[in-house]
Design a protein around this ligand. Structure first.
Ligand SMILES: [Mg+2]
Length: 106
């Protein structure tokens, strides 16, 4: 994608935009600043993927990383548990991501 290296935040913007365009429901839980530092309000197992996407009964939970970023052990456990619903997406995967979001099943 040219000289500019796409960050995880930019990848997320692209995906959220494309998903909206293609009719997916999409959500991302942003961390909020608390007295203990940055925290995402939640209960349960940490490492939940960055994006939840749903359309026509299809659900994907996608962990986004920069091209060199590695998932944490907690993130790995989530992806393993999600099986076919889990995705690890990087900027280098953009064409594949876009076609998966575009594709209609059944
Ligand atoms: Mg991430």
């Amino acid at each position: 994608m040219g000289e500019h290296r796409i960050t995880e935040a930019e990848l997320q913007q692209r995906i959220v935009q494309a998903a909206g365009l293609y009719g997916w429901r999409v959500a991302h839980f942003r961390p909020a600043r608390t007295v203990q530092g940055w925290r995402t309000p939640m209960q349960g197992d940490v490492g939940v993927p960055d994006l939840i996407l749903a359309r026509d009964g299809r659900v994907l939970l996608a962990e986004l990383k920069s091209d060199r970023g590695r998932p944490t052990p907690d993130q790995e456990l989530w992806l393993e548990a999600l099986g076919d619903h889990g995705r690890l997406w990087r900027p280098a995967d953009w064409i594949k991501i876009n076609s998966e979001l575009l594709r209609r099943h059944r």
